[in-house]
Design a protein around this ligand. Structure first.
Ligand code: ADP
Length: 489
């Protein structure tokens, strides 16, 4: 099974969000189970500099949208995964954020830049392939930046018809980002006028890249079962719900995995003491260290609720602001790490001023501190209004920190609420609430506090959470099964 994995970002070379982590971890996990997977990335400076053993593949590419000169190079990612880079200086030779210019706005030619990436991907299927030595059975695109790839394969058989037609998969990591452009670009990005229709690439009077991917790909996936359902609803479909409901039998949710090489308290170099499910005593050391670092009262009996998050409305942390005083009054502490919208940063700063010794706040991005919060906290709060998958709740469980989440997207799929029945069955791993209101979050916090006061129950939940396996092997096998269903004959 040969899979071309087309993505606009990949850790550690270029990262703006979770997609970069998935683009690194999933190919590595697929390789481990015998899939021959290669990445295709835009040739940003960081990618061309970061690949090793690079060599040129095929001929000069002269028909890409947006540029007449590009070449394909093949090299190794730092972890050894093979990666093609589309070296097209006119499109990608720009330092910094892959999507935004120095003014913080989208590059004005993003339509062409990512049409070119999709075009290059489709080029692997053509009779005169970009790499005649390696033909993918499946091309797997991620997010709107790769949405035109399945469209090209369907509507441009003149250009991309070949002896085999690879199967196509489109994965939606966050439906809020759709790639919506002027319809005047249709010809420039190499699409025939006939596909500018509702049954094609047209999307609310424009050219929709994610819409195109969702219309033309053989299979659609997203990053959790619940999110797969939610994006078919009016509330969360962002305009694509009709199409996604229409394609419901081709759409599946595959929950992302966790990289336990990075997130494991037994080996974590960032934390004060290492610990594991069989030897959990180091967690108390980590808690004390966190209380000192955040100037909280050093008291093992006060539960610390941690937050590691972008501070935005959609992460639901305003509901925490609403409940913080009651949490502190009940004996709780709060350790916050995040950055984002100014009003929310200000809200948390004020909270810390009002509750010295009980609330500590760091505004900023700090990888090492995020590990220390995971290790030192008792609870991790993730009350998101929407969350395609979410990673921090899965890290938390491994660190014996019980997640308290809103029941949405991947949070609903990965956390088992401590209902009386779940507690009796010994399966509970955290706390969940349904409606995004401060009142419901407050109730969940009170439930968590009540269980914290019963150490036997709390420790049983903690052990259960630490034993959950969210590694990448399961998702990799699910993707492989999907590929096998659509691979080129
Ligand atoms: P999203 O991709 O919506 O931000 P996820 O939970 O999927 O949410 O991923 C967030 C990632 O970013 C996690 O690895 C989390 O630890 C990390 N993170 C978020 N904010 C910070 C921060 N201020 N400092 C360090 N790491 C952070």
């Amino acid at each position: 099974m040969r899979v071309l994995f087309v993505t606009p970002e990949c850790f550690p070379l270029v990262k703006t969000g979770g997609l970069a982590d998935v683009s690194a971890a999933l190919p590595a996990a697929l390789t481990k189970i015998g899939v021959d997977v290669r990445l295709l990335l835009p040739g940003y400076p960081a990618v061309l500099d970061g690949l090793s053993h690079m060599h040129e593949v095929g001929d000069l590419i002269t028909d890409l949208p947006g540029t007449e000169r590009a070449r394909l190079v093949l090299g190794h990612m730092p972890d050894g995964t093979l990666a093609y880079a589309l070296d097209a200086p006119a499109l990608y030779a720009r330092p910094g954020n892959p999507y935004l210019g120095p003014d913080g706005k989208d590059w004005p030619d993003n339509a062409q830049r990512f049409a070119a990436l999709s075009w290059a991907a489709a080029g692997f299927a053509a009779h005169e392939s970009y790499d005649p030595w390696w033909r993918p059975d499946v091309i797997h695109g991620h997010d709107w930046q790769t949405g035109l790839m399945p469209a090209y394969l369907r509507v441009r058989p003149d250009r991309f018809g070949g002896p085999f037609r690879p199967g196509t998969v489109m994965t939606i990591h966050n439906i809020a980002y759709q790639g919506h452009f002027s319809p005047h670009l249709l010809g420039e990005v190499g699409l025939p006028a006939s596909c500018y229709a509702m049954d094609g690439v047209e999307y609310y009077g424009g050219l929709g890249y994610l819409k195109a991917g969702c219309w033309y790909a053989d299979r659609l996936t997203t990053v959790s079962h619940t999110y797969a359902h939610e994006i078919q609803t009016d509330e969360q479909g962002m305009g694509l719900q009709g199409l996604l409901s229409h394609r419901t039998h081709d759409l599946s949710g595959i929950v992302n995995g966790v990289d336990y090489d990075v997130w494991d308290p037994a080996t974590d170099p960032h934390i004060a003491a290492r610990y594991s499910i069989d030897n959990p005593s180091g967690k108390a050391v980590c808690k004390t260290e966190l209380q000192i670092a955040y100037s909280l009262e050093r008291n093992p009996d006060r539960p610390i609720a941690g937050i590691i998050s972008r501070l935005t409305w959609h992460k639901g942390l305003d509901m925490v602001l609403e409940n913080a005083a009651a949490w502190v009054a009940a004996g709780g502490q709060l350790a916050v790490l995040g950055s984002g919208e100014a009003w929310m940063e200000g809200g948390f700063r004020h909270l810390a001023d009002w509750h010295p010794g009980s609330v500590g706040v760091r505004i900023g991005y700090d990888e090492a501190l995020s590990h220390r919060i995971q290790a030192g906290s008792d609870l991790l709060l993730v009350p998101s209004r929407s969350e395609p998958c979410g990673l921090t709740q899965m890290y938390a469980m491994k660190y014996g920190t019980l997640p308290l989440v809103r029941r949405t997207g991947g949070l609903a799929d990965t956390v088992i609420d401590a209902t009386p029945a779940a507690l009796a069955d010994g399966v509970a791993t955290g706390f969940a609430f349904m409606n995004a209101t401060g009142q419901e979050l407050g109730f969940a916090l009170r439930r968590a506090m009540a269980i914290y006061r019963k150490p036997e129950l709390w420790n049983a939940m903690r052990t259960r959470a630490m034993g959950r396996d969210f590694g990448w092997e399961r998702p990799a096998r699910e993707y492989l099964e999907l590929y096998e269903g659509i691979a080129a004959e």
